[in-house]
Every structure is written in C-alpha cells, then in structure tokens.
Write a protein that binds this ligand. Sequence first.
Ligand code: SAM
Ligand code: GLN
Length: 289
Amino acid sequence: MADELWTIGRLLKWTEQYFQKAGVDSPRLDSEVLLCHVLKKERIYLYVHFDQPLSNEELAEFKSYIKQRVQHKPVAYIVGHKDFMGLDFIVTEDTLIPRPDTEILVETVIFRLKTGAGDIGAIADIGTGSGAICLSLLKYLSSLQAVSVDVSAEAIAVARENAQRMGLSSRIEFLQGDLLEPVKDRKFIAIVSNPPYIPAGDIVSLDQDVKSFEPELALNGGEDGLDFYRRLVVDSLPLLEDEGFLAMEIGINQSDALVELAEKAGWGRIEIVKDLAGINRVVVLWKQK
Ligand code: SAM
Ligand code: GLN
C-alpha cells in the first residue's frame, strides 16, 4: 500500500475518509479545495486528472494542510482566501471569514441604493473586517465612494490589501476607531454594518472552527448580543442624508429587539429582510418615511 502511487483520485478518497473520522463538516469539498490550493488549479481539474501522481513537495504541502484542517482550522484561513459576492477576498485570522448570509445584506443595499437612496455618494461600512461588504458594494456600484471603519488595525490592513488587489483603493478610505466615532462629522447616503452580534455566553457553544479560530472581537456582541446595535441605531441617524438608510445584518431572533430600538430612536421607516432560510437577517432603517 505504502509504495502505491499517491494520485489525485487516491489522495482525495483517503483524505475524505480521514476528515470524516475527524468530524470535519464537509470532508469531500474541503479535501478538494485544499488539493486545488496545492496544485494551483480549479476543482474541475481534479476530476479530469484523477490518475495524476503528486510530487513529494506537493504531498508534503497537502499533508500540512490536512493537519491544520483536522485541528478545525477553517479552510479559508488555511488557503488565505474566501469567495464573497463572486469576488476573491484575502482573509487572515484577524478577520471574520465573510459568510453567505452577509451576501443578503450586500444585495439588499445594492437594490435599495439603485431604487431609493441613489447610488452616487458616500457610504460607511462599520466593522469592515476583510472589507467584504464595502468592497463588493464599490465593485457593483461604480459611482459610490466608501469609508470603512474597524477597531482592529490588523483587519484594516487586510481590507486595504483587498482594496488594492481589486483596484478600488482610490474610492475607499480606511479609518481605525470605535464604531461611528471616526466619521462623526460626515454625512452618508447609507451606513452598512455586520457588527458582532453573538451573545457573549453563546460563544462557547459555537462550532469549534469558529470559536477556536475566528476573532472574538468580530463575534462578541455583549451579554444579549445587542450592544453594537444599541449604539449604531442611535448614533447613525444624524450622520445620514435625508433619503439615507442604515442597513445591518442581525442574528437569529434579534429582529423584535431591533424594531423596538429603532422605534425608540425615531427612525422614519423600518424594513426587515429574510434570508434564504426564511430567517429575519437584515434590518433597514430609513431616516424618513
Ligand atoms: N464586515 C465584515 C464581514 O461582514 O465579513 C466583518 C464583520 S465582523 C462580524 C465585525 C467586525 O467589527 C470585526 O472586524 C471587528 O474587528 C469589528 N469591531 C468590533 N468592535 C468594533 C468597534 N467597537 N468599532 C469598530 N469595529 C469593531
Ligand atoms: N454569522 C457569524 C456566525 O454565525 C456571526 C457574525 C457576527 O457576529 N456578525 O458565526
């Protein structure tokens, strides 16, 4: 067995079984993505080259990735990239891995800007992480400018690199600081945020991939998960143009609390958008009715 050749097909089969035993969530997909990263090829390549043997160097690199994955390091951190909105983002352990759920927020904002507030002007992305939200918006709306804020200098460095790679640096400014503090003298047509929203006590019960590797700073929303919303709902209102809106991703079962906060703060109109699973996922607060 040992002197049998390690071909792509044999390696994938072995790794899938090994990952399965180790409790890795999507064993086949993860094996393929990691092998593609070693070979610098697309996934389709694997299927038409099942009999191709790997070199010793390729095998050693793949083995190091397998070791990291069975310790539950997310694939995106191992390969250093994540696809979001059809764009390729660099991610590190200082940035949250952008989630498919957050694409609902981006799509909601694109649609609202195109049909309502207007897509010429400046937006703010609060808690930018890898820059996934604001850079996608800039990519798909070519007359928009953005300011991105994060409290983490390391996250900002990653977002800045993503902006450069996407050719968007001239349309975005990065500021380090606490929520809206760095932009308190500006006006925006939209403020967008996916703030940390996991209740502090729930962090221990998250998937091991998430709780052991993703930055707690990106997840912990305080005792009831609503700390950042309490501040954003109040502090955003004066920073918006009259036709502007605040759009935020929310966690499961948080929409009722958000509506209550928004009503208290005096927003003109409240919209809730569901995700594909039917869960209330995005709240849009309009300055005017
Ligand atoms: N926008 C990215 C996305 O959707 O993939 C990252 C969202 S992550 C859930 C929240 C982000 O907020 C993290 O990058 C974290 O560093 C940042 N953050 C946490 N506390 C903050 C604060 N007080 N002010 C600004 N940003 C903060
Ligand atoms: N969606 C992330 C998770 O479920 C949480 C992101 C956030 O707190 N905004 O792990």
